[in-house]
Design a binder for this molecule. Structure first.
Ligand SMILES: C[S@@+](CC[C@H](N)C(=O)[O-])C[C@H]1O[C@@H](n2cnc3c(N)ncnc32)[C@H](O)[C@@H]1O
Length: 206
């Protein structure tokens, strides 16, 4: 069990305040964006429905694929309006309301890119991801070593690299139902680029 205190943040004000101003910037370098896009490409097939949770003005999805739907879910309207890959979007603070505004089994892939460290109730959110994924659907959580420190949970600030992978794997395990939970380092900490990790899991009905 992880103590509740590790899910608190230095800045405990409502997240709506911090995310009120749009940040139309990339939160990882071009190399990491490219590597992430290629990684998503392997997970996706034409016609897939994608949910980009904790989304902004970029979703990192490969442009050459066709999507039946790309739903963005985030905190800032201007960021989401500027995201040309989205077909629809929804604004919601996942730290005050974890229930997602989608029906059961609507999505083939759910992504959380460079943002999981800001969730204070991650297991509840991951349970919702499980609910909205189709059978055989996947969830891909990616992260680097960059963050807004005052908004990241204490556990994230205490750990790094492989331990972040273990923490996210634990979210999947604790949420229940996910299978094939796998971590991978896609860009090394020792390179001249931003490091990049992914933890993916599948909804496999047995
Ligand atoms: C570092 S940005 C990453 C944005 C985007 N996924 C990307 O790859 O560039 C963090 C994002 O997390 C989202 N976020 C932070 N706290 C959130 C919360 N409490 N509920 C929902 N989304 C949140 C914000 O909308 C913000 O755009």
């Amino acid at each position: 069990m992880i103590p509740e205190q590790l899910f608190t943040k230095e800045d405990s004000n409502d997240d709506r305040i911090f995310y009120a101003s749009p940040r139309l910037v990339k939160h990882i370098d071009e190399n990491a964006c490219h590597v992430l896009r290629n990684y998503y490409d392997q997970l996706l097939k034409d016609g897939d429905a994608v949910l980009d949770l904790m989304s902004s003005w970029v979703s990192h999805l490969p442009d050459h694929k066709h999507y039946s739907r790309v739903s963005g879910h985030g905190m800032n309207q201007i960021e989401l309006q500027n995201n040309t890959q989205l077909t629809d979007f929804h604004i919601q603070n996942l730290n005050t309301e974890q229930q997602l505004p989608y029906g059961d089994e609507e999505f083939d892939l759910c992504t959380i890119a460079v943002s999981v460290q800001y969730l204070t109730s991650p297991v509840q959110v991951f349970r919702e991801i499980y609910r909205v994924l189709k059978p055989n659907g996947s969830c891909c959580v990616s992260f680097s070593n960059r963050m807004f420190p005052t908004k990241a949970i204490l556990a994230w600030r205490m750990f790094s690299g492989e331990d972040h992978c273990r923490l996210v794997s634990w979210y999947f395990e604790k949420a229940g139902g996910f299978r094939e939970i796998q971590s991978e380092q896609l860009v090394s900490e020792n390179s001249n680029f931003d490091p990049l990790y992914v933890v993916t899991a599948k909804k496999i009905l047995v």
